[in-house]
Design a protein around this ligand. Structure first.
Ligand code: BGP
Length: 476
């Protein structure tokens, strides 16, 4: 491989999200977000979504890793690694503490000015998600989250303020993080993180999910139009969680089923790229007599607000087995794939699946792709001399970058960049743990927020620095 493998301006870097690292959850006028109501869980114990902040519970997102006060030090460390891009999100509740105000909170805007200025100082391109599992809690309590059409306007106002305020500093945007996670509508946490919805007894969960997702898709398309009107040079993308779903066998029913499972997880991308709902889903709405609130004006917005690129996360692949229906349920229809290993949280590690993902999306959507999350959550050990020998993480990333290279060089995929997740250790979204670490930079803090918060470079830090310096040609 030569240095010409990736584009000369290939965006190597890393990714985080506001609620998982900023902390300072009540500072400078920030309102409460849904993440502030998520307790600590672990691999076997789900996080609770509490209605109030309970005294006896620990809420890890309140503290994050205190990036709010360490951002200069942290961005400097990323700059030293050679980062060309840094993905973070804006906490909606810093800008609109309740979500339904007319005017933004200036102190919130000022914080991200400082963060983006700091990135620009080192020629780091900020890549920004507008909504990453952190909508204002008030919108959940008062409006029922995204089950309410009013949120389209609230989100539009928020997006408008962000594009207007930051468009000279931020060129790459994404609307909703992993908008398609809610396709797994039996998973309480996924639905809550995406849409701020808590199901009530008697709800038709699937129908309710499609309705909320529709409002979000309209809000996303509207945001694309708002952003382009403010500054046509902005690149505004979708953000999907991509987990290839393989058929369990060549049995035709398994193949058809896996195909439908992929469609049902990824139709969000079809709508965001093509501006229309796919036929199978329109038929599903019709055949179930679901009277969804989808207006002709909505359909026009969807058509006019198609995305510029697809950002996606890639961690693992799935294996689906047909039983007696085409109705894919993530909690019932998946089996372990004997050809791949899993990490300590059961996430199946499959580098080849990344090449599959890049090709699948290219063939389907013909858009530039951007890997905005990838990585290995693992238990790390800080040695007495403050080192972390994370050879397992280096191996994971190396194997994935090799497959990414094949997709670019051999398959001609148009790839913008690579931003591994949790480039600095942070709070896990699914479990709230600190000990599920992804970073190149170790943060001295345990699951309960104890520790010095000191930052230490892991072995992977030096390795990734070399990868970036060589534009991906030196993976040794
Ligand atoms: C994605 C989310 C991130 C992140 C990552 C790793 O689903 O976009 O917010 O946390 O997964 O997941 P976890 O933190 O649960 O290990």
């Amino acid at each position: 491989m030569t240095n010409n493998t990736f584009k000369p301006v290939f965006l190597w870097g890393g990714a985080v999200a506001a609620h998982q690292l900023e902390g300072a959850y009540r500072e400078d006028g920030k309102g409460l977000s849904i993440a502030d109501f998520l307790t600590l869980g672990n691999a076997n114990k789900p996080r609770r979504l509490t209605d109030t902040i309970e005294d006896e519970e620990y809420y890890p997102n309140h503290h994050g890793i205190d990036f709010y006060h360490h951002y200069k030090e942290d961005i400097k460390l990323m700059a030293e690694m050679g980062f060309k891009a840094f993905r973070t999100s804006i906490a909606w509740s810093r800008i609109f503490p309740n979500g339904d105000e007319d005017q933004p909170n200036e102190a919130g805007l000022a914080f991200y000015d400082k963060v983006f200025n700091e990135c620009r100082k080192y020629n780091i391109e900020p890549v920004v998600t507008l909504s990453h599992f952190e909508m204002p809690y008030h919108l959940v309590k008062e409006y029922g989250g995204w089950s309410n059409r009013k949120l389209i306007d609230f989100f539009g106002r928020y997006a408008h303020v962000c594009f207007e305020h930051y468009h000279n500093k931020v060129k790459y945007w994404m609307t909703f993080n992993e908008i398609n996670n809610q396709a797994n509508y039996e998973n309480e946490l996924s639905v809550y993180e995406n849409s701020g919805i808590k199901y009530q007894i008697g709800d038709n969960k699937e129908q309710k999910m499609y309705q909320a997702a529709h409002y979000e898709l309209v809000a996303s398309a509207q945001a694309v139009q708002i952003g382009h009107a403010i500054d046509p040079s902005l690149k505004i993308g979708a953000m999907l969680a991509f987990c290839p779903i393989y058929p369990n066998s060549p049995k035709p029913e398994d193949v058809l089923f896996a195909n439908r499972a992929m469609d049902s997880r990824l139709y969000f991308g079809d709508v965001q790229v093509n501006g229309t709902y796919p036929n199978w889903l329109q038929a599903r709405f019709r055949n179930n007599n679901w009277d969804l609130d989808i207006t002709s004006n909505d359909l026009e917005i969807l058509q006019k607000g198609t995305v510029d690129y697809i950002g996606f996360s890639y961690y693992m692949s799935f294996d689906a087995k047909y039983s007696d229906h085409l109705d894919y349920r993530e909690n019932k229809d998946l089996v372990a794939n004997p050809y791949v290993k899993a990490n300590d949280w059961g996430w199946q590690i499959d580098p080849v699946g990344l090449r599959y993902a890049l090709n699948w999306m290219t063939t389907r959507w013909h858009k530039p792709l951007f890997i905005v999350e990838n990585g290995l959550g693992a238990y790390d050990k800080l040695t007495d001399d403050h080192k972390v020998h994370d050879t397992y993480r280096i191996a994971y990333l190396r194997n994935h970058i090799e497959e990414m290279k094949k997709a670019v060089v051999d398959d001609g995929v148009d790839l913008v960049g690579y931003l591994p997740w949790g480039c600095i250790d942070l709070v896990s979204a699914s479990t709230g743990e600190m000990k599920k670490r992804y970073g190149f930079i170790y943060v001295d803090q345990d699951d309960y927020g104890h520790g010095s918060l000191k930052r230490y470079k892991k072995d992977s830090y030096y390795w990734y620095k070399k990868v970036i310096e060589s534009n991906g040609s030196d993976l040794s």
